[in-house]
Structures are given as C-alpha cells and as structure tokens.
Design a protein around this ligand. Structure first.
Ligand code: C2E
Ligand code: CA
Ligand code: CA
Ligand code: CA
Length: 284
C-alpha cells in the first residue's frame, strides 16, 4: 500500500509541474477551469470511441469512451491534462456524468442498429469516492435502456490500490447493479494477489507500457505473460491496450488475450464515424 501511495503521490507531483497553480489558482488556471466548466455545461466535450476486438472471432465487442476537449483558443487539450484539472476543481463529477450519458446514448443507438456492443467508461479516483455514483449509474442506465452488463467501468489499478477498502465498498455496489468492472493500466499499481481476488472484477487491461514493447523486450513479454495467466487464473477477461503492430498483435493472440485495443485496430473514432468503420473493418 505504501508503494501504491507513493506512486499516486508522484503522479500528482508530475501534474503540479504541468499545472503549477494546483494549490495557487493563478489567473490562467482559473480561466481554464471556467472554460472547462462551460465546455461541460454546453456539452462541448466530445466523446470518442476506440473499438475493442476479439481476435479469435474477429468481432468488435465494444468500445472505450475517451474524452476530447477542443479549447476555442488553446486548441486541443489532452485528457491527461484536463482530467486532473477536473479532479482538482470539483468538475470531475459533472464531467463523468456527461461522458457516461454520451457513452450510454451511443451504445443504445448501436444496439438499436443491430450491433450488440458494450461500452466502457473511465472512472477517475475522485469518482470512486463519490457515494452517489452507484445511484447515478443506475439512473443513467435506466434512462438509456442499455442493459447493465453492457457497461464496463474502467478503474486504474493505482486508484484501487491507493484505498483498497474504500474501493472495494464502491465496487461491490457497482457490481450489485450488474455492470462490468475492469482494472485499467494493470501492472503499474502494485496489486497484491489477495486484494485482486477480493474485488468483484470482470476484466484486467494490461497497461500499454508493457504491451508496446513485447516484440523487442523479453522482460515485457514476461510481464504480459504473467498478467494474462494471473487474469485467467482469476477467471477474468484479459484485454491488452496499445496494440500498434502486427507482431505485437500476433504475440498477444498466442498468449491468449481475450480482447485487443490499439491503433493497429483503430484510433478512437468520433461517434459519427463509428458505425461506418464497424461496417468496413477487417481483423488485422
Ligand atoms: P487510458 O484509460 O489508459 O486510455 C488509453 C489511452 O491510450 C487513450 O489516450 C488512447 O487514445 C490511447 N491509445 C489507444 N490505443 C493506443 C495505441 O495503440 N498507441 C498509443 N500510443 N496510445 C493508444 P487518451 O484518450 O489521450 O487518454 C489518456 C488517459 O486519460 C486515459 O488513459 C484515461 O486515463 C484518461 N481519460 C480519457 N478520457 C477520460 C474520461 O472520460 N474520464 C476519465 N476519468 N479519464 C479519461
Ligand atoms: Ca481506460
Ligand atoms: Ca489504460
Ligand atoms: Ca492510462
């Protein structure tokens, strides 16, 4: 737990370097927070969708929703920057609601069009401490008509391991709704086996930092292999993210990964391009 806390703290340190006014609220930072609030209110944050492919059948089984912010003067600001900003300014709750709502609306449309797809939404550390989250998820599911089991919530391993007991309580409630739970960025958060076994998880997503170098680094191959074995030993689906080339794809298929995601299959797509892509795609 100490190591995980350290990891969480050091990522915040990195963030302070990027956004120096974390505790000072400079005019620039306050302006950006105001703009982010407006973007959320006006539904100006775009949600894009990256397909997840089952390499054994060649079918796309679903997609991960990822947020995009095109700022009127600064241009596009990556989520690695505005998500932490939202977390530190009380905006993560409305942001997460907006993403959940858009993702479920799209998922409902795909399903109406005859594609029985799942959708995955990322939850930040703060969302996991929001006691109203389970009821909000239940309400949005009911509104959209998407069955609970078609929604996956992705939570990073380091978020879970920063407060395993607190995380378990919320995950148990979410699990009670019937949604699927995925442990994101797996391999970076120092999970203990005992902890993992106690959590109501359905999926592990092996972090892209390990996936990307499997073709060239035998240590990364060893990490990926043990992550796949661990996932399967716990009856979890194993997803690999960040698949960029054929060699990596072939390796991950051989190792038994259940689902693959990455630029080789598709970049995250704007919602209006998704259906067209789906109709034309071929497994790599
Ligand atoms: P993540 O959840 O690990 O998402 C995967 C990231 O990897 C995405 O970056 C995706 O565009 C990128 N990616 C996918 N395939 C490849 C590939 O083959 N190669 C490479 N190099 N990258 C690939 P993105 O969209 O910039 O998001 C970064 C992070 O920001 C996400 O990491 C997630 O932690 C966070 N994030 C994005 N949208 C949301 C959101 O709506 N809510 C929350 N809480 N976090 C979000
Ligand atoms: Ca994710
Ligand atoms: Ca990830
Ligand atoms: Ca990540």
């Amino acid at each position: 737990a100490d190591v995980a806390m350290h990891a969480a703290k050091s990522s915040h340190t990195a963030l302070r370097v990027y956004l120096p006014a974390d505790d000072q609220n400079t005019p620039d930072r306050l302006a950006l927070i105001t703009d982010l609030r407006d973007a959320i209110d006006r539904r100006d944050l775009l949600v894009v969708f990256q397909p997840k492919l089952d390499p054994h059948t060649g079918d796309v089984t679903g997609a991960e929703a990822l947020s995009r912010w095109h700022h009127p003067t600064h241009g596009s600001i990556p989520p690695d920057q505005f998500i932490p900003l939202a977390e530190h300014s009380g905006l993560i709750r409305p942001l997460t609601l907006h993403v959940l709502e858009s993702a479920l609306r799209r998922c409902a449309a795909w399903r109406r069009d005859g594609h029985p797809l799942h959708v995955a939404v990322n939850l930040s550390a703060n969302s996991l401490h929001d006691p109203t989250l389970p009821e909000v998820v239940a309400r949005l599911l009911a509104q959209s008509g998407v069955p609970a089991e078609a929604l996956t919530l992705e939570i990073t391993e380091s978020t879970i391991m920063a407060n395993p007991a607190g995380a378990k309580a919320v995950l148990d409630q979410l699990h009670g709704l019937g949604v699927r739970l995925s442990i994101d960025d797996f391999g970076t958060g120092y999970s203990s086996l005992g902890r993992l076994r106690e959590l109501p998880l359905h999926e592990v997503k092996i972090d892209r930092s390990f996936v990307q170098r499997v073709a060239v680094d035998h240590r990364d191959r060893a990490v990926v292999r043990s992550a796949v074995q661990l996932g399967h030993a716990l009856d979890l689906e194993v997803v690999a993210e960040g698949v960029e080339d054929q060699e990596t794809y072939a390796y991950l298929v051989r190792e038994g990964c259940n689902l693959l995601q990455g630029f080789l299959i598709s970049r995250p797509l704007p919602p209006d391009e998704f259906a067209g892509w789906l109709a034309g795609h071929r497994a790599p």
